[in-house]
Design a protein around this ligand. Structure first.
Ligand code: HC3
Length: 389
């Protein structure tokens, strides 16, 4: 990278700060949340809100339980999964700015929201909780009761810096539970979803953006496997945000029933013949479809541990460019947290999770990943506690 282009995308008053940040990055390893970033690259949104991206196409989420047979349902699950990628990995990178560093959630931070029921589809409800601070882990539960679809998972990140880009390996997985609609006595189906590796590119220029790499899977208890390969600009396909997904029987992973490919942030198509009933080269997913933003209670009505309440002043400081206020408020929150943990340790009363329970040995995960010879990343999980009304 020619020296004059370093920080070319950074406003001139921040160029020096950006240069120092890149130097700090060069010798950095570990958890990105512990790295101090220049104020202009701070996001006013906490990472505990990110699971909302799973729900931004509620009709596709609800459709996971529709379908005449397991292959059709796997196709719907794969389509919903692909539909979540544009929001998750490009939503913050707009003409208004690039990827920014989200707020690092405090232990027990909560985020609730919903997508109201519409037409026939039923309400979709999200619950997330920060279940660990060191390392940061967020647990989430997304449910459309009427459609009989629930997603449960946890998410953490391990980061390394390559000298040009940051690699973010996602720690955790998600399990989708589906009650097939239509058949009275249909058995619950499970779909294990593994998560892609990210690279954060564009650092030297000063406008970071995400690209996806590697391979992820969706493995179903009904015996089917989606294998999704991601490539980006400068990789094999040369086009950014590319993917190729095959669906095959788990027992014969090389015998693809069909392939879908294209741009996960744009249009993707079946390659040739799709699943039965679909036309040749038919559109698989068009990411131009409107994403629906989650509805969240006004801050005044939120509880003290709800994310937007916790970070209200910090977020306002960042949004209005008043970084002194933002950083004072952020330090106050972090100091209070340190004190809380000390007090809990002294009293012998460790923090209790409110909405989730920790599962040491997730046998469902072990079984689903074992079915296709996947490499278990970690067999821990978090489950939503039963609701007490
Ligand atoms: C890497 C990331 C934080 C993690 C975000 C995750 C993996 C969180 C779980 C969601 O389901 C999916 C997801 C989407 C985007 C991921 C973020 C993109 C950028 C952000 C870094 C911490 C930002 C670093 C910015 C920098 C280099 C200026 O500090």
């Amino acid at each position: 990278m020619p020296e004059e282009e370093v920080g070319g995308g950074v406003p001139s008053e921040h160029k020096q700060g950006w240069g120092s940040f890149l130097k700090a990055l060069a010798s950095f390893s570990g958890d990105l949340s512990s790295l101090t970033a220049p104020s202009f690259i701070l996001s006013p949104v906490s990472l505990v809100e990110f699971p909302a991206y799973w729900g931004e196409h509620p009709a596709e989420f609800a459709a996971c339980s529709q379908g005449a047979d397991p292959v059709e349902r796997m196709t719907n699950v794969l389509r919903w999964f692909i539909s979540t990628l544009k929001g998750s990995y490009t939503a913050r990178n707009t003409s208004m700015g690039s990827e920014k560093k989200p707020l690092n959630p405090i232990l027990g931070e909560l985020f609730f929201g919903n997508w109201p029921g519409k037409d026939d589809r039923g309400e979709t409800v999200l619950t997330t909780e920060q279940v660990s601070h060191h390392p940061p882990i967020t647990a989430y539960h997304l449910e459309n009761q009427k459609a009989g679809v629930t997603l449960e998972g946890h998410s953490g990140q391990k980061t390394t810096f390559s000298g040009r880009a940051i690699q973010v390996k996602q720690v955790g997985h998600a399990v989708l539970r589906v009650k097939p609609q239509g058949a009275q006595d249909a058995k619950e189906e499970l779909y294990l979803i593994t998560l892609p590796t990210l690279t954060i590119e564009g650092l030297w220029y000063g406008s970071p953006y995400v690209e996806l790499l590697g391979t992820t899977h969706i493995a179903s208890s009904t015996g089917f496997l989606s294998t999704i390969n991601y490539t980006g600009r400068g990789y094999f396909s040369g086009k950014s945000h590319s993917f190729k997904a095959t669906v095959s029987p788990i027992a014969q992973p090389t015998q693809a029933l069909y392939t879908a490919e294209g741009d996960w942030s744009g249009v993707s198509k079946f390659k040739g013949k799709g699943p039965s009933g679909s036309e040749k080269d038919a559109i698989f997913w068009d990411a131009g479809a409107q994403r629906e933003e989650i509805s969240v209670k006004p801050i005044e009505e939120q509880g003290p541990m709800e994310s937007r309440k916790v970070w209200k002043d910090t977020a306002e400081g960042i949004r209005t460019g008043n970084f002194d206020i933002a950083s004072k408020d952020k330090s106050r929150i972090e100091n209070d947290e340190r004190q809380k943990r000390k007090d809990e340790a002294a009293a012998g009363t460790p923090h209790q999770l409110e909405y989730f329970v920790h599962v040491e040995d997730d046998t469902e995960y072990a079984e689903l990943i074992g079915n296709f010879g996947g490499k278990p990343a970690n067999e821990e999980a978090y489950r939503r506690k039963p609701r007490v009304h």
